[in-house]
Ligand binder design. Sequence first.
Ligand code: IPE
Ligand code: IPE
Ligand code: MG
Length: 255
Amino acid sequence: MSGDQNRETIVWPEVLPQHVAIVMDGNGRWAQARSLPRHAGHREGVQSARVVTEACGRLGIKALTLFAFSSENWQRPASEVSLLMELFLRALQRETSRLVRNNIRLRLIGDRSRFSQRLQDEIAAAEELTAGNTGLQLTVAASYGGRWDLTQATAAIAREVQAGRLTPEEITPECINRYLSTADLPDPDLLIRTGGERRISNFLLWQFAYTEFYFTDVLWPDFRAPELAQAFADYARRQRRLGRTAEQVERLQRA
Ligand code: IPE
Ligand code: IPE
Ligand code: MG
């Protein structure tokens, strides 16, 4: 793997994000550029996901959230959808033991009712096998949409109010957070999107309120450790003001 070969020469910045989210885009174009079928790009994309996940684990990053399949991706041709599901199933079967070895905890967020029973079972098994791991928290967003997440959270809150367990006054941003599928994760510090598009495509809409965005033209199958280091270097140069002035932030940093 190119990323692993270069590992020794990569300089990682000192300031690292705690939670990284990635829109893994550009698999199809990577394949098309090589006159290969789109699934060849998806297959190579799985390798990138493994390299990036293990690099984040080694760096001590707390959480990585990968956008693998959106609510809207169900509209793709049936043949591509079924191939992606097959690839997902095989990746779960093959990679879970590696996750265990690397102390990585895997969880899936998204509408799992749309997956086959077999895939649902495989996801549950992988989650269970890695549940006790204390290293990187790997969240795979599949059949996921930010609007789906906010909708299911709103419905759950409404049910609580209806049952008399919650009052409208208790609905705060923190309360909403608890009903989102990312409830136990901090908001992402950094979003990386590969493949050249500069949009969110219905990923973590609420959670990105103060996330730093990094867009690169590199296609996902070509995104490995050196490209990740470049994204982190860019992140390390940013000043996160969260609504304050630059002077206030600098004063807080000196204190
Ligand atoms: C991202 O690559 C993977 C999924 C959305 C499942 P694409 O398949 O969107 O690749 P492009 O954007 O067509 O190149
Ligand atoms: C975003 O990629 C979703 C994933 C990477 C899973 P898309 O290729 O579906 O996004 P659009 O359609 O270009 O916005
Ligand atoms: Mg795409």
